[in-house]
Design a protein around this ligand. Structure first.
Ligand SMILES: [Ca+2]
Ligand SMILES: [Ca+2]
Ligand SMILES: [Ca+2]
Ligand SMILES: [Ca+2]
Ligand SMILES: [Zn+2]
Length: 368
């Protein structure tokens, strides 16, 4: 599995993403009303992102043109858990007023193309709802403590630059419009949601550099994992391992983070903001937050494969990983966080799984 070269990825500077905590108060609704009002609507979204679903590396933004992405790369989906107001407000997310017109439908139909501001609002609603539903499916919020099992506010289009970020006083995600509009790529959306999850699990999370590196690595990993899970549920294609640039390096198509958002900023033949299949270790530390995040995300990705090989499965690893994060200090070190994962794996998944987790973190130079 270690055929990858250590070539540095020429990753464009994305954005400084900040993390900071205090739960947003959920709107006061009485539960019976909420149940009665909850509704489902029809919508059109990208199947994670149009490069991942098509495999076409020549797709470009063309200044947010509707015709830049073939209609086949949109899929019809249900928007669930809506509150029935006609706006994109529901159990897990509320899309706030933005510079564009707020999406509204009295008939339960949210069909927009990418040139319309409302498309990104729909993407954010759908993907955050599905991300939380995935976590609920793992048991978070029922057999396990909840993680961000409350309504989060999302604003689209607030930033002119190529920048998205999460804050948690109160919890809020903002998505920018630079290059490819950030909320046109589900992996960017779920990445930001990953930061909210960690901030919810560990109030004040991110007071050390290691903690911030882990935050970026986890959020990339979660984004890819949720995208793959939803794609499997929906029967969507994910581009195969057939690109010569990737296959000659032993890289995997699935390991590409933000295939679409990266199209304007990456000079490589296969464009990714970052990748999960790199072999960086602590010997490669440079002080660059995003480059170093691939040490952590790479370990998480390899452990996922080990869990699959052991027959334990990727959902078990995602569960164990997120459970382990409850044990993080706000300023955790790499080694302390890795040890939490090993200990949680031993408790939940048995000795062979825990040994695999440990072996990967040893290989990365994180545990000895
Ligand atoms: Ca757009
Ligand atoms: Ca744009
Ligand atoms: Ca962008
Ligand atoms: Ca991807
Ligand atoms: Zn981030």
């Amino acid at each position: 599995m270690r055929t990858t070269t250590r070539a540095a990825l020429a990753l464009a500077a994305t954005a400084t993403l900040t993390i900071s905590s205090a739960a947003a108060a959920a709107p006061g609704r009485n539960n019976m009303q909420a149940d009665a009002e909850r509704s489902t609507a029809g919508a059109s979204v990208f199947k994670v992102n149009p490069v991942q679903s098509s495999g076409d590396q020549t797709l470009t933004d063309q200044k947010d043109s509707a015709t830049a992405v073939p209609v086949d790369e949109y899929a019809p989906v249900d928007l669930t858990r809506l509150d029935g107001s006609g706006y994109l407000r529901g159990d897990w997310v509320t899309v706030e007023s933005s510079t564009g017109k707020a999406a509204y439908s009295a008939t339960g139909s949210y069909l927009y193309n990418r040139a319309e501001d409302q498309f990104e609002q729909v993407m954010a609603y759908f993907w955050i709802t599905r991300a939380q539903d995935y976590l609920q499916g793992l048991g978070f919020g029922s057999t396990l403590p909840g993680v961000m099992d409350e309504q989060i506010a999302v604003k689209i289009n607030q930033l002119g630059g190529d920048n998205s970020y999460q804050t948690d006083k109160p919890f809020r995600l903002r998505f920018g419009k630079g290059g490819v509009d950030d909320a046109e790529d589900a992996e960017v959306i779920v990445h930001e949601y990953g930061h909210a999850i960690q901030a919810d699990q560990v109030p004040g999370y991110g007071t050390s550099f290691d903690a911030r590196v882990i935050g970026e690595g986890f959020s990339d990993y979660l984004a890819v994992s949720v995208g793959l899970a939803v794609s499997a549920d929906e029967g969507w294609d994910t581009r195969p391992d057939n690109d010569p640039y990737e296959t000659s390096r032993g890289w995997e198509a699935e390991a590409c983070f933000a295939d679409w958002d990266a199209t304007e900023v990456s000079p490589l033949p296969v464009k990714c903001l970052r990748r999960l299949d790199q072999t960086f270790t602590t010997a490669d530390r440079t002080g660059d937050l995003y480059r170093e995040s691939m040490i952590w995300s790479g370990a998480l990705w390899q452990i996922r494969k080990a869990y699959e090989d052991l027959g334990v499965g990727s959902a078990a690893w995602d569960t164990t990983l997120i459970v382990s994060q409850f044990g993080y200090a706000p300023g955790t070190s790499f080694a302390a966080a890795a040890q939490q994962a090993v200990d949680t794996a031993a408790q939940r998944d048995g000795t062979a799984a825990a040994d695999a987790v440990r072996a990967e973190f040893v290989e990365r130079g994180i545990l000895s």
